[in-house]
Ligand binder design. Structure first.
Ligand SMILES: Cc1cc2nc3c(=O)[nH]c(=O)nc-3n(C[C@H](O)[C@H](O)[C@H](O)COP(=O)(O)OP(=O)(O)OC[C@H]3O[C@@H](n4cnc5c(N)ncnc54)[C@H](O)[C@@H]3O)c2cc1C
Length: 400
């Protein structure tokens, strides 16, 4: 059977681009199909920990000087900003983990990855609307474009994945009960903000915020989260709605937040949205005969460990290696090995993300105990950061 492409990647986000690089470095022909006409993520930052940064380095993308390296992780109290607990990151972390913890603009990272994928492999403005698995290949259907037939397909098309429907049926992400909003704010908008280049987690009753410096530290990326008494009606039909900083400010003022954080919220520029935070339930399977899922499409976590992108990068690195090693006929074995090596870890990251979200927003008597326990955070989450997405030994198979 004629194939237009060998490996078709649906989605040109952080996971899809990393998978393309991983395969291209191993001389596997790929085509990335991305629905947007321009690769850009406006107005938000991303944290990449050592587990992601070391894999990107191995693929030739060095993050060390591309973003901000937070010197410390600081847990603070919501109403007065008092320090509850502080842990080193910076060079201490890099020396122990063998790769840095970097906070940066998502757009910067996406550009760095896209620069490594030659244009002829990247097809923008290609929205996949469906897939048909045929005996020798997979037919991809697009909105307003001719079909493409691929030998295998990987769906890295995010939490609302179209490819997932084909592989695992209708599985929808589940709301955690939290609403979040984010923004990028110039650091001088809030002169009282302590140590803006550090990674901050401020804990309040039914509310928490995470902020860090991005790029050269002149901008702050803020993620603020609250738990309303009941989820608003819009969450039943969509996962985000337009919002204003005045609405956000009212919620955080009412909860008694410190002025330094309220200043950040007041100064969020541009379009703002309230997101119903969601995670993906466990899927029955991650692949069908010739189609596999990776990244958020397979196991989207809540954002509270800052690991969604990291897990997508790990998936992409592992799957890229396995597909290349397996050669053109060995994709089933590659998919099975991939799923076996990734399922448990990504489940555990989802669990830890969920728990972290709850811990940051405790009320009443549980608070002093939680504060005491924040001393153990580096020890407790070390397994996430020191992980090496090792791949099995080479089978010696070659592509073309
Ligand atoms: C508020 C918030 C904060 C976060 N902060 C962090 C953080 O600090 N660190 C971190 O590691 N993670 C963070 N994450 C999670 C992270 O954004 C995701 O986990 C990560 O981007 C997943 O990558 P992905 O490539 O799987 O999916 P995505 O980044 O969602 O990419 C999917 C791509 O597929 C494309 N696509 C979708 N459907 C189609 C289709 N039908 N046809 C063609 N293309 C399609 C989309 O346009 C998109 O480009 C955060 C998430 C949220 C909501």
């Amino acid at each position: 059977m004629h194939h237009d492409v060998d490996v078709a990647i649906v989605g040109g986000g952080l996971g899809g681009l990393t998978l393309a690089i991983s395969l291209l470095r191993r001389s596997v022909p790929v085509a990335v199909f991305e629905q947007t006409t321009e690769l850009r993520e406006i107005g938000a930052g991303v944290a990449i920990a050592a587990n992601g940064a070391r894999l990107l380095r191995d693929l030739g993308v060095e993050l060390e000087h591309a973003g901000n390296i937070p010197p410390r992780l600081e847990f603070r109290r919501w109403h007065d900003g008092a320090l509850i607990r502080s842990h080193e990151i910076g060079s201490w972390y890099r020396d122990r983990m063998g790769a840095p913890y970097v906070t940066m603009h998502r757009g910067t990272l996406q550009r760095m990855l896209a620069d490594e994928v030659p244009k002829e492999h990247l097809h923008l403005g290609h929205q996949v609307t469906g897939l048909v698995e045929e005996p020798d290949g997979v037919r991809l259907r697009f909105a307003d474009r001719p079909d493409v037939v691929a030998r295998v397909v990987v769906g890295v098309d995010g939490v609302h994945s179209v490819v997932r429907r084909h592989v695992a049926g209708d599985v929808s992400p589940v709301c955690s009960g939290e609403i979040g909003f984010r923004g990028v704010i110039p650091v001088d908008a809030s002169p009282e903000l302590p140590n803006p280049t550090s990674l901050h987690v401020w804990c309040g009753p039914r509310t928490h915020t995470v902020y860090y410096g991005v790029d050269d530290g002149q901008l702050i990326n803020l993620l603020a989260v609250f738990v309303p008494e009941t989820l608003p009606a819009w969450t039943r039909s969509t996962n985000r709605v337009p919002a204003t900083s005045a609405e956000a400010l009212a919620i955080f003022s009412a909860a008694g937040w410190a002025d330094s954080v309220l200043e950040l919220i007041r100064n969020i520029e541009g379009d703002m949205r309230f997101w119903a935070l969601q995670e993906l339930p466990r899927l029955r399977r991650w692949s069908s005969d010739r189609v596999a899922l990776a990244g958020d499409a397979a196991h989207a976590p809540l954002p509270h460990q800052g690991q969604g992108a990291g897990q997508a990068i790990e998936d992409a690195y592992t799957l890229g290696h396995l597909l290349a090693e397996a050669g053109p006929g060995g994709h089933r074995h590659a998919f099975e090995t991939y799923e076996r090596s990734r399922r448990h870890r990504t489940r555990r990251v989802q669990h830890y993300s969920r728990m972290a979200g709850k811990l940051m927003k405790l009320t009443g008597e549980a608070v002093p105990r939680r504060d005491e326990d924040l001393a153990n955070v580096p020890h407790r989450i070390r397994w996430i950061h020191e992980y090496r997405a090792d791949a099995p030994p080479s089978s010696g198979a070659v592509w073309h």
